[in-house]
Design a protein around this ligand. Structure first.
Ligand code: FE2
Length: 360
């Protein structure tokens, strides 16, 4: 039992390191409100958010919530690992009311460590479809991104593309770009393939991918898109929201890169495109539970969802929310049907399997 825990913890340490690095390119906002002593404020007018998402828009949303409700949002930042460990260590005396992070596997890790509790709100249940919530409602999704295939518009016809699995075909020899195996987005993608196709088939896939790599993995998702446009390779695996952010970037080169790549949603005839979910969990010992639930309701409500996704270019979880125009242009797509707990369950296996394939 203890050994199992240690192994799980080590796996999580690795995952958590990359949650932070996954967000490393997103500019962090100086957070003057990340205070830990909330004693000066009336208890019922505060909500303490432990967050591993480091995006400006999250901060703006908390600000808007504060304006609308008068409830002060204290943002306490850290890696997902640090925050979960702190919640565990502090137990019943924890200040945490909410926990926010990217990745379903990490959300499941928080749940399985007992730092979350059931969110009881009919409003939230109406805002977020059941497939984007934890089955015990310990956390609910706030936004998603798809991990898709970006391709060089001038060299690749979308008809040549079909599935993640087909990227191992001969036609893509020396043309596939993707970031390193230490990245959580890739670990979760591979974990999802293990869950859907089995370990053996996924090992062969990883071997085939490495055999088709255009180069040793280097840089983040944006760098893969840049490499496609620079002609280093023809296809890249990347998250959709980076494309939206690049198209709207102040950096002219990023805009040009995003204009020259096409977005292909893979596995539409089979298992669906892989989704990366960000979510919010209710802390097990939340002292401001009502305020916490109000913030979840705001973040998953139509207005909150539109505010969030128009800035982050993530997909809303609330079907009533207007999808940002760019994302709407890409059209509807089929997603993997998968219990997010599988992503944490198979994380270690995914990493081992990529290492075996010499996926750097
Ligand atoms: Fe990211």
């Amino acid at each position: 039992m203890r050994q199992k825990y240690v192994a799980g913890f080590l796996t999580f340490m690795m995952m958590a390191v990359f949650v932070l690095s996954a967000c490393g390119t997103d500019k962090e906002k100086a957070n003057e409100k990340a205070v830990e002593n909330t004693g000066a404020t009336k208890k019922n007018q505060v909500v303490n958010v432990f967050t591993a998402r480091h995006y400006d828009i999250d901060f703006s949303m908390f600000d808007e919530f504060e304006k609308q409700t008068g409830i002060v949002v204290n943002e306490i930042k850290g890696t997902a690992e640090e925050l979960v460990e702190r919640m565990k260590r502090e137990g019943a005396s924890s200040e945490a009311d909410l926990f926010i992070t990217v990745d379903g596997g990490v959300l499941d890790y928080a749940k399985s460590n007992g730092v979350l509790q059931k969110i009881e709100s009919e409003v939230v249940n109406g805002n977020v479809p059941a497939k984007l919530r934890d089955k015990d409602n310990n956390w609910v999704g706030v936004a998603t991104r798809a991990r898709v295939i970006a391709y060089a518009k001038d060299r690749v016809k979308p008809e040549q593309l079909s599935t993640y699995e087909a990227l191992t075909e001969e036609q893509w020899k020396g043309k596939v770009l993707v970031r390193s195996s230490s990245n959580l987005y890739n670990q979760s993608l591979v974990a999802s393939l293990i869950a859907l196709n089995g370990e053996e088939q996924t090992q062969q896939w990883a071997n085939g991918m490495v055999a088709n790599f255009a180069r040793t993995p280097d840089g983040g998702d944006r760098d893969q898109a840049k490499a496609v446009v620079a002609g280093l390779g023809d296809v890249a695996i990347m998250n959709t929201y980076y494309v939206g952010q690049m198209l709207n970037s102040k950096d002219a080169e990023e805009v040009k890169v995003a204009q020259n790549i096409g977005i292909f949603f893979p596995n539409q005839e089979t298992t669906g495109a892989h989704l990366n979910i960000s979510g919010i969990g209710l802390a097990a010992h939340a002292k401001n539970k009502d305020n916490a639930i109000k913030l979840i309701e705001f973040m998953t409500g139509k207005e909150g969802q539109e505010m969030l996704t128009n800035a982050s270019f993530e997909f809303p979880v609330n079907e009533k929310a207007e999808v940002p125009a760019l994302l709407k242009e890409w059209g509807e797509f089929k997603t993997q049907e998968l219990d997010y707990a599988k992503l944490s369950e198979f994380n270690k296996k995914a990493t081992e399997l990529m290492n075996k394939a010499a996926w750097k």
